[in-house]
Design a protein around this ligand. Sequence first.
Ligand SMILES: Cc1cc2nc3c(=O)[nH]c(=O)nc-3n(C[C@H](O)[C@H](O)[C@H](O)COP(=O)(O)OP(=O)(O)OC[C@H]3O[C@@H](n4cnc5c(N)ncnc54)[C@H](O)[C@@H]3O)c2cc1C
Length: 413
Amino acid sequence: MDFRDTPEGAEYRKKARAFLEQHAQLEPPDSGRGYRDGNDDPAALERAREWQRIKADAGYAGITWPREYAGQGGTTLEQIIYEQEEAQFDIPRGNFFYIGLGWAMPTLFQWSNKEEILKHAGKVLRGDEIWCQLFSEPAGGSDLAALRTKAVRDGDDWIINGQKIWTSGGQYSDFGILVARNDTTQAKHKGLTCFILDMKSPGVEVRPIRQMSGDSHFNEVFFDNVRIPDSRRLGEVGDGWKVAMTTLMNERYNLVELVPPDFEQIFHLAQNTVLESGPALDDPAIREKLADLYCRAQGMTYTNFRTMSALSQGKTPGPEVSIGKLVNSGRLQESADLGSDLFEQSGMLMEEDMPMRALFQRAYLYSPGWRLGGGTDEILRNTIAERVLGLPQDVRLDKGVAFKDIPTGPTGN
Ligand SMILES: Cc1cc2nc3c(=O)[nH]c(=O)nc-3n(C[C@H](O)[C@H](O)[C@H](O)COP(=O)(O)OP(=O)(O)OC[C@H]3O[C@@H](n4cnc5c(N)ncnc54)[C@H](O)[C@@H]3O)c2cc1C
């Protein structure tokens, strides 16, 4: 493992830093960044768009995208360096573009045609087009291949019927990557096909789901005889599983970033809190929790260094990135828990004028979702056991069975 930037990496960091210093201010540790990040106020979209355009014009959007598709043709290492620098600045983040930029377009680069990609790439880079991921269903979440939304060929079109759920950003998305079942006589992973869906097509209905944080981060999406032209198919008919895996690997890799509150923020709060028993930092139980969170944050930092070293040597990180997502979501939840405790009674209030603008209270409400989205803790543990440690596979009774013959209920139908 190498802790230093390569000479090229150091040069890239210097330029990225100069760009950020020119356009934004450094984020103070008590700014409550996480509170504003998840805000689904429509004005937040406009602010995020404006920043996305500035980034795109300066060449810091689509860093790893091919040059022929308006990207920079840069390396993943450069992308990580930019993100590390950007994380220190107070910019209008919002949660609008990450699916389009980070995992939908890279899926198109691999599985779509040039004409289709060119229709979208420039708009996605500048934040003018938003994408969502239409994978999970009531019948298929962790076991994604159990999904039931149907795709039936009709001339040059496909007709889609069914339902998706937990679709992040579906309510303001322009397009989505959809996976649907085109053949029930094949084993469950084999009869699937992926498409680009225009979210404004007739027959698409998006119903936001209200979460306990008060936001509607995700949605139910219903399809009633929705038509998709075959030219918007991704990959071959029946290759949907492979296409979906491209998207999911990009998703898990992206989720390793450190989400606020980070250690600096929780430590800052503890340093400035006096409990009934005295200064919070003198309390042995709080010191123990802080030490534990510090160790995890350091573990994440060094695991990220290991990934960066691998990338700088031209290697591709594999299933071990699941470790980062697993540790990160637990760290996030426990930091939010400790932060809310330190506020004592007011830890239950979530107001804009609260100390740190309700960062910890808000994180307390959204952090459980981090342990589910992009693969639950248990599924990530399975991945680590099977693909990193080489342990025996989880029991899979439906392996090789035609989808139509898999029992779905107590009657076996
Ligand atoms: C914030 C958030 C955003 C999301 N965004 C999207 C999105 O944009 N698009 C999208 O398609 N989906 C999205 N999802 C859905 C997400 O991918 C699913 O929630 C996830 O895959 C789990 O599926 P499920 O909810 O159906 O739970 P289930 O699969 O029903 O799991 C229920 C429980 O059983 C456990 N379990 C299941 N199988 C196993 C097993 N083999 N071994 C051990 N334990 C197991 C799980 O760990 C979990 O605890 C999002 C979810 C969240 C929370």
